[in-house]
Design a protein around this ligand. Structure first.
Ligand code: UD1
Length: 341
């Protein structure tokens, strides 16, 4: 029988790509998602790619009773990947209590249920946001965790602490936190991708929506940073490469290859790339022209952050190897595909 993996937030952007990679690697997947920031049609996309429709349950992880019923039904779960969380930085500043309530309660419920049902394995979806503006680049996992710049960032920092405390109290639990840099792109099939509801906040969906004509221009936030071309630098990682790392993390836990009961890995490419470099790479990959204009810096943005991925390369045997142009090509194909959805 195939090992059954719970993917919370599995109809979301990274969750759906991870569900596909898990299924293609011989796992069975059950998704919990309340569709607060995703659509049910994502399940059709996963099925179109893999030929398998994952099991699906629609409820909020803050509902502990419902989570218990879920565990009774899916009693042969072997591991959990926890993506489900609120994740908009700006919104978290306006509604901090919603963020603390949702992101903490869902994680706490999962950890509690892991104890109750003897479910030992957790992969947690964390973020490079935990580092804030780092003093040294590239950022290693040992870089100091600075005060979070938003309630969202704070939920990621504290969630990692909650997991570590839970492990101290219950030494059967093992967890891996994966700190993502900037995930971009879509599945090469264009059956799944990023589906921003409303106006996109992130660079690449805003860019592709501009090129397709949904937005008049791409606003480049800041050209006066202390970077070679003055625009902000990030570590953009292909979402399918990122998804593959989750499958490796799950296998590591299931096979007991993890060296400690709690591990943390940066997931990025190790290369910083400016906003102008993204625009140029997109134009080269697609032959399309990007209409952009410089605007003042966006409040809360930092000049530059990119990952040191030595640890993930060495310990997980994983590397993000898809080129930026290939990645942006998939993002464009996806934008063209959703025009018809
Ligand atoms: C943001 C979040 C981060 C979160 C990540 C998820 C902040 C401060 N950080 O990262 O916590 O984990 O999204 O994907 O919000 N840019 C433009 N024009 C745009 C949009 C962005 O020039 O319309 C620039 C930004 O100034 C930045 C770069 O593009 O230099 C990347 O921005 P974005 O895609 O929003 O990601 P982050 O801000 O790095």
């Amino acid at each position: 029988m195939k090992p059954l993996i719970l993917v919370t937030g599995g109809t979301g952007y990274i969750g759906s790509h991870t569900a596909v990679e898990l299924i293609q690697d011989g796992f069975e997947v059950v998704i919990i998602d309340n569709l607060s920031n995703s659509r049910i049609e994502v399940l059709d996309g996963i099925e179109a790619i893999t030929g398998v429709r994952p099991y699906y349950e629609n409820f909020n992880l803050c509902d502990f009773k419902r989570l218990r019923q879920f565990c009774e039904k899916y009693h042969r779960l072997e591991a959990i990947i926890h993506f489900a969380a609120l994740k908009a930085v700006g919104e978290s500043v306006e509604k901090p209590l919603d963020y603390y309530h949702n992101n903490f309660e869902s994680l706490i419920n999962l950890l509690q249920i892991m104890g109750e049902y003897s479910l030992p394995n957790l992969v947690f979806s964390s973020s490079c946001t935990v580092y804030g503006q780092p003093d040294n680049l590239p950022v290693t996992e040992d870089s100091p965790i600075k005060k979070a710049s938003s309630p969202y960032g704070n939920t990621k920092q504290v969630s990692e602490e909650i997991i570590q405390d839970a492990i101290v109290a219950n030494n059967t639990i093992k967890a891996i936190s994966l700190r993502y840099f900037n995930p971009i792109g879509a599945h090469p099939s264009a059956h799944i991708g990023e589906l921003p509801l409303g106006i996109p906040l992130n660079l690449v969906p805003y860019l592709t929506q501009t090129v397709i004509g949904k937005r008049p221009e791409l606003r480049v936030f800041g050209n006066d940073y202390e970077t070679p071309d003055g625009t902000g630098i990030r570590d953009y990682i292909y979402v399918v490469d990122l998804a593959r790392a989750h499958v490796i993390a799950i296998k590591r836990l299931l096979e007991g290859k993890n060296l400690k009961s709690y591990e943390v890995f940066n997931l990025g490419t190790g290369k910083g790339c400016s906003v102008l470099e993204i625009i140029n790479a997109f134009e080269k990959a697609t032959g399309e022209k990007v209409n952009y204009k410089f605007y003042p810096r966006r409040p809360g943005d930092i000049a530059a952050v990119y990952a040191d991925t030595t640890l993930a390369n060495r310990e997980l045997g994983w590397k993000a190897d898809t080129s930026l142009e290939q990645t942006l090509f998939t993002a464009w194909n996806w934008e063209k595909a959703i025009r018809h959805k």
